[in-house]
Design a protein around this ligand. Structure first.
Ligand code: TYD
Length: 202
């Protein structure tokens, strides 16, 4: 049996990744794969409870990082690992790169602490493909302002998002074999063509 693949979607708030998740899932299903779509923080009942705390309560930056990884531990155990073992494909709206970008880049938590948590929580699991939707800050901000009430992260200032974006791009350069950086200012139709090409190479 062909084994499943693990695909993650990343980008700063307002980068537009959500638009493309349904498209990628549809493409994969049309190819005959069973696809599980999920998200972080969240993806399990406990994880969604933690998400609510994380997105709406102020807390120490280390508490925030630990809760992100606690939710992730549950997510890997309950959802991601079992799906991949069944041979399903898993699409996650964010994963550990988001912790490096937001808690590491944005909040300046030492990356070595995040490395330790990553080693603890998923020592043998990495995405097969990470799609990083990249946009200039002004574009992301304009998209956010058009949406609903902003959560704790979305209310952060421009320098937080500049640092978050920079850490995403640094990781993309560090792990070029699994990252694809997508210019998310392009029209949706053009991005969809690109996504199909990327998926065909998997
Ligand atoms: P997001 O994925 O943007 O969902 P929505 O589209 O519903 O707003 O929201 C999740 C937020 O959590 C986002 O601002 C990034 C943040 N986050 C972290 O700071 N660290 C993490 O490890 C993860 C997974 C998310």
């Amino acid at each position: 049996m062909a084994s499943g693949k693990f695909i993650t979607f990343e980008g700063i708030d307002g980068a537009g990744k959500s638009t493309h998740i349904a498209f990628v899932a549809d493409v994969l299903r049309a190819q005959g794969h069973t696809v599980v779509t999920t998200r972080e923080p969240g993806g399990t009942e406990l994880g969604e409870t933690l998400r609510n705390l994380l997105l709406h309560h102020k807390m120490h930056l280390e508490t925030e990082a630990l809760l992100m990884f606690a939710a992730r531990r549950e997510h890997v155990a309950q959802v991601i690992a079992p799906a991949l073992e069944r041979g399903d494909w898993v699409i996650s709206d964010r994963f550990t790169d988001a912790s490096f970008a937001y808690q590491g880049g944005g909040r300046k938590l030492a990356l070595e602490k995040l490395n330790i948590l990553e080693q603890w929580v998923h020592p043998d699991l990495q995405p097969d493909l990470t799609l990083l939707f990249d946009v200039p800050l002004e574009v992301a901000r304009a998209r956010l302002d058009a949406e609903r009430a902003l959560d704790k992260f979305e209310q952060e200032k421009a320098d937080f998002f500049a640092a978050t974006r920079a850490e995403y791009l640094r990781r993309a350069a560090e792990f070029p074999q699994r990252f694809r950086v997508i210019d998310s200012t392009r029209p949706i139709a053009g991005i969809q063509v690109l996504l199909q090409q990327i998926l065909a190479q998997l």
